[in-house]
Ligand binder design. Structure first.
Ligand SMILES: [Zn+2]
Length: 140
């Protein structure tokens, strides 16, 4: 008889006890369900530790053409004032541009790509999403 088949009755008894909630106070040695739960909680703890270790780390991004991202593309509503209209040769009203304009700063918001994420601007003014860029450590 192999070790595996010899362990089967004990393992199924442990799994049944686990299903009834009898292992809630702690991991029971040899219980396959406890091992699954323990393995998952270990993975979660390690992932959280990885995230915590990188919080606050300064990084920068380079666009696919190798240029640094230096800004966020944003839009803001502007009202260009006019000094009335004049009719053109077809009788259509054409605005007479004023030199005054009003910038509505409260309307400022990031532009987004058609895929959804925010658009960032590189040193030459091209726009990119972070997923298309390369992260590097600052000073690296
Ligand atoms: Zn268990």
């Amino acid at each position: 008889m192999s070790d595996a088949s010899r362990n089967e009755p004990r393992e199924s008894a442990l799994a049944a006890a686990h299903a009834k909630g009898e292992h809630e106070s702690g991991r029971v040695d040899g219980c396959p369900s406890c091992n699954v739960v323990y393995g998952l909680s270990q993975l979660i703890e390690e992932a959280v530790a990885d995230i915590n270790a990188s919080v606050g780390k300064r990084v920068r991004y380079r666009s696919p053409n190798g240029l640094l991202l230096i800004g966020i593309a944003e839009t803001v509503l502007v009202t260009q004032q006019i000094d009335g209209f004049e009719l053109d040769e077809d009788g259509e009203p054409e605005p007479i541009w004023s030199r005054k304009r009003t910038v509505h700063w409260s309307s400022q918001q990031p532009r987004r790509s058609t895929r959804g994420p925010k658009l960032y601007v590189d040193e030459m003014g091209s726009e990119w999403i972070l997923d298309d860029c390369t992260e590097e450590e600052e000073g690296g």
